[in-house]
Structures are given as structure tokens and as C-alpha cells.
Design a protein around this ligand. Structure first.
Ligand code: ZN
Length: 390
């Protein structure tokens, strides 16, 4: 199947070009836009041809020296690798088919209007204590035992290398970075644009220069370049203790890519955080694998897990990288989680399922599995967990 380029050039719901307001692109014309639109395909978080060779391999040579000691680094490909292999290695033909479908999709109601947001009150954020809130997509803020953690912060309008085009935010953020309470730790799962947002990191680093960033191997230099002062990069199963809590990245079946030629040059991870009396597992982004059983076997059952439920269609294309709601329930069981929050849905239009399908399918899957929806909750954007977490 071939992409209809005329479709690309007029699909303003996807790219929402606000060229009137953006300095430097007043010279906008159709040809420039087409070039940008096509090049953006290389960056979109769910694209994935692995057979990239090119200029980055030169840069790669001296970076490998630091990273190649990792048992998760494949010395022949000079890329990180999950034990199951690089399952999301798509051909150009698969990618074109996917994008052709993506750009021709019918736009559902939620994609047009977004989901309702629970706006936090000032005092709720100022006194954020022993609680958890879903900020949106993969961003969770949690406080336990005087430690506040934010995962994969994303407060921008697009999950994209561009500030004006790409997968657009459809549901607004419940509060701004300036309104965040003092953070101790920011956890990053991987470098895809819907999880690692440059502007959000830069702003957090400005407003909260003391915050500690924890990243998987290979991402430290990028965050330091964005103004972060305190960045620690870790391999799967390595650990670090901060204010009485132990943080550990864990394997997940996923991949990384931020430009045309850097596929899997940096690691990706889920994260377990363990206090003496509580534990929180953040799955980040993952296809279904045995990793979650391994996590519970090695690190115990989390008291709370953040598990993705969206961005899974078309199934054959996405299943190596993203679980669906039924698999999310399997992950919940594999982890032996006491409670979970559904993440990775309702915020950016990444894939082809209707925006409100993930929570409906999760509800059915939980009923079939005999798990109360009060244990695996679908929160609204900005909603706090309604009961005590302890
Ligand atoms: Zn991803």
C-alpha cells in the first residue's frame, strides 16, 4: 500500500499547523510541509525500521565504550537488546501500511474534544502527601514516606520532535509544571517522544534544579544537555537508594528511538520503587512478556502498579511493543499487584483504536478475570487515587 501524500498535506487534525503564530515558519509552503511531514514519520514513537545505518554510527563508536559493558548490549549490532530479540523490527512496507491507515482513520469524538480533566486545587498539590495522581499518558505523580516521584513527565502539546506537529495532545494537562509540588525523583522509562519530552524536562530542571533524574542506560548525556543537574543512568536490575527508597529499572519488551538512526542505542525500562512498607511498579511501555513474572519473583508483588492499556491497534503491528487491555490484566496478575492504575491512553492519538476503547475493554477483561475495578482503576486525567494507599 502506498501513502497518499495529498492526504498528508491536508490532515490538519493530525498536524494542526499553527503557522500564523510560530515565528520562523511564515515561509510555510506545501513543499516544506511535505518534507517535514514525511521526515516526522521517522521520529514517531511507534515507527521502527531497525536497518538504519548512517552518520550516527560514527558518533556511536565512542559511546559504545561506556555502554558495551552492559549484558543487555549486543556487541555485534552495537544496540541494546531484549532477551526475546528486537521483535518490533518493522519493514518499510509495514510502516507505510500503518501510516497510510493512521492518516486515513476516521476521527472519533474523543479525539476531537478530549476527555474530562480533574483540575487539581492549589492546596491539593501543595499538600500532596501519601497519594498518587494520574497526570496523563505515562505521567504518574506519587508521594510516599516524604518522597515524591514523577514518571515520564509530559506537559507539552505534541508527542513529537516538533512543537507544532505530530501526534497531538487531545486531553489537556490538569496542572502546569510550575504548579508541581517539590519533586525528589523523576523517572524516565525510555526515549520515545510520548515518554521523554524535552520541554517538560527543561522546565522541571529550571523550576526544580535539585530534582534527581533516573534514566535507563544511555540517556544521561541527553538530559544533562537539557539542563538537568543530577542524572543517574542505570542498567536493568541495578539499584540506587534515595531517601530510604530503592529504585530499580527492570526489563520490558520494548525498544528506543529518537531520530532516524539511533534505534536501540539507549536502554528502555520499567521501574520498581520499594520503601520499607510500600512498593510502586511503573511499567513504562511494553509488549507482553515473561518480564513481569520475573519482576514479582525477584522483587516481590507491588502494592501499586502503573500499567499501560492503550495504543495497541493494529494488533499485529503493535503487539510486540504495546500490551492491550486484556494483556494489561495478565500483567496485573503476573506482578501479583495489589492495586493498579491504567496509563498510556486517552492523551495522545498514537494508534488506531478508538480513544475510549481501552477503558471499556479493560472493564470487560477485569470482569472476566474476577478482579474488582476498584483494584485496577481507570482514573480521569488529574484524578487522585480515592482511598488511602497504605
Ligand atoms: Zn515507547
Amino acid at each position: 500500500m502506498v501513502i497518499d501524500l495529498r492526504q498528508l498535506s491536508v490532515d490538519k487534525d493530525v498536524f494542526d499547523i499553527e503557522h500564523k503564530n510560530i515565528s520562523g515558519i511564515r515561509m510555510f509552503n506545501r513543499r516544506n510541509f511535505l518534507i517535514k511531514a514525511i521526515s516526522s514519520l521517522l521520529y514517531l514513537p511507534f515507527s521502527g525500521c531497525a536497518k538504519a545505518v548512517g552518520p550516527s554510527s560514527i558518533k556511536h563508536e565512542h559511546r559504545v565504550n561506556k555502554l558495551s559493558d552492559s549484558p543487555n548490549f549486543n556487541k555485534s549490532t552495537k544496540r541494546f537488546q531484549h532477551p526475546a530479540g528486537d521483535l518490533h523490527d518493522k519493514s518499510f512496507s509495514d510502516l507505510f501500511d500503518f501510516f497510510a491507515e493512521y492518516f486515513r482513520r476516521p476521527h472519533d469524538k474523543w479525539e476531537r474534544i478530549g476527555f474530562p480533566v480533574r483540575k487539581s486545587r492549589k492546596n491539593e498539590l501543595e499538600n500532596f502527601n501519601k497519594n498518587v495522581v494520574w497526570v496523563g499518558h505515562a505521567s504518574i505523580m506519587i508521594n510516599h514516606s516524604n518522597l515524591t516521584i514523577l514518571t515520564d513527565p509530559h506537559f507539552s502539546g505534541y508527542a513529537s520532535p516538533f512543537s507544532f506537529m505530530g501526534p497531538k495532545r487531545i486531553t489537556e494537562v490538569p496542572f502546569t509544571i510550575r504548579e508541581l509540588p517539590p519533586l525528589d525523583v523523576v523517572i524516565i522509562s525510555h526515549n520515545h517522544f510520548d515518554h521523554l519530552d524535552e520541554q517538560s524536562i527543561r522546565q522541571i530542571a529550571i523550576y526544580q534544579p535539585e530534582v534527581k533524574f533516573l534514566v535507563p542506560l544511555g540517556l544521561k548525556r541527553l538530559l544533562l544537555g537539557w539542563g538537568a543537574n543530577d542524572v543517574t543512568e542505570l542498567d536493568w536490575w541495578q539499584s540506587i537508594k534515595i531517601k530510604g527508597a530503592t529504585f530499580q529499572p527492570t526489563p520490558v519488551q520494548h525498544w528506543s528511538k529518537r531520530s532516524a538512526f539511533d534505534r536501540n542505542e539507549t536502554l528502555w525500562a520499567g521501574w520498581m520503587t520499594q520503601w520499607q512498607d510500600f512498593s510502586f511498579y511503573f511499567a513504562g511501555d511494553s509488549g507482553y512478556s515473561n518480564d513481569f513474572r520475573e519482576v514479582s519473583k525477584r522483587l516481590g508483588n507491588p502494592d501499586l502498579a502503573a500499567i499501560p492499556i492503550g495504543a495497541y491497534e493494529p494488533r499485529e503491528f503493535m503487539k510486540s511493543a504495546h500490551i492491550n487491555p486484556e494483556e494489561a490484566v495478565m500483567v496485573f496478575n503476573d506482578l501479583g499487584a495489589k492495586r493498579a492504575i491504567a496509563i498510556h491512553w486517552g492523551t495522545f492519538k498514537l494508534t488506531l483504536e478508538e480513544m475510549d476503547e481501552p477503558p471499556h475493554r479493560l472493564k470487560r477483561a477485569l470482569e472476566i478475570a474476577g478482579i474488582s475495578k476498584d483494584r485496577f482503576r481507570v482514573l480521569q486525567h488529574g484524578e487522585f487515587w480515592p482511598e488511602s494507599l497504605s
